[in-house]
Write a protein that binds this ligand. Sequence first.
Ligand code: ZN
Length: 346
Amino acid sequence: MIIKITKAKMAIAIVVALVVLFCVADKNQNFVKTINHVQEGRKFIKYVEFNANYDALEKALNFDIKSQKEEIKLNWIDILSYLAAKYGGNFNNYKYKDMENVVKALKKGENIQEISKGMKTFSYYKEAYSAILGGFVGKYKVEVPSSEDKNKLVFEERYGLKVFSPIAKTYPFQHYKDFGSSRSYGYSRPHLGHDLMAATGTPVVAVESGKVECLGWNQYGGWRIGIRSFDKKRYYYYAHLRKNRPYHAQIKIDKVVRAGEVIGYVGRTGYSQKENANNIETSHLHIGLQLIFDESQKECDNEIWINLYAITQILQKNKSGVKRNGETKEYDRQYDFWEKSLQDFD
Ligand SMILES: [Zn+2]
């Protein structure tokens, strides 16, 4: 009799487990369906939420950089995409041990395709995270004072973080988690960017190299600059720039800018249909990062903007020093920078 009840219970448990499994699988299917919309025959990602925290980003970055001197090279985007797939995109579940385990497997020579086999969302996260972080790490050259003559600058080749903090070196700023908080000027909407509170006139530098795509007045952003990465996937939006002299004199539409180059100055313009109005209470830089998988997404009802809080923290590892030109009163970078993607524009 006891055995019979246990068997019956077992049968019920198996049925329940199967139903749960079926639901999870179905949910996964639906998830994959919602992120890969088909529009005019083109398949592209429609939705990305990025919430990898500083700790995970920093550790993965260090594994990547350190491994470049070793036989097996690690890719921080692979590591982070694997973890995102494991956590369903929610890094609140992040444990360092999980990262260590995937790194161990990679170092043993297993490749990420093998390790992530069976994870239905891995390829989605790999594509999404590659779009976000694709231009962040690699080889670059930067000027340094020559060891023979301190007054001479020479280029040094390096591997590592090749994107910069949007606020120039030595200039103070404050920031906090403000992505998605509500804004009411014009119409009620979520805050789709990151605010860096800094004094008016603080030099703003380009985070990543790219081409100036948009320049001028916008009633929300005030004086703003839009710069597109060379792979076209990232659109950086810098807003509320200084009244009267918002931009560096060299900035023009279609100009190619190098990561770390001064592009403008912090201000508090915006919230007015009238140009050059200082209607923002506290001077700050609003920076936004939009992902574009298909050109139809550039301006649409479902634009993909990324939370930049943790990324801004990572960017503090790389600050661009600037110097003031007494004649023009303009600020310029101290040390030049070069990366391969700039070669077509030299
Ligand atoms: Zn803002």
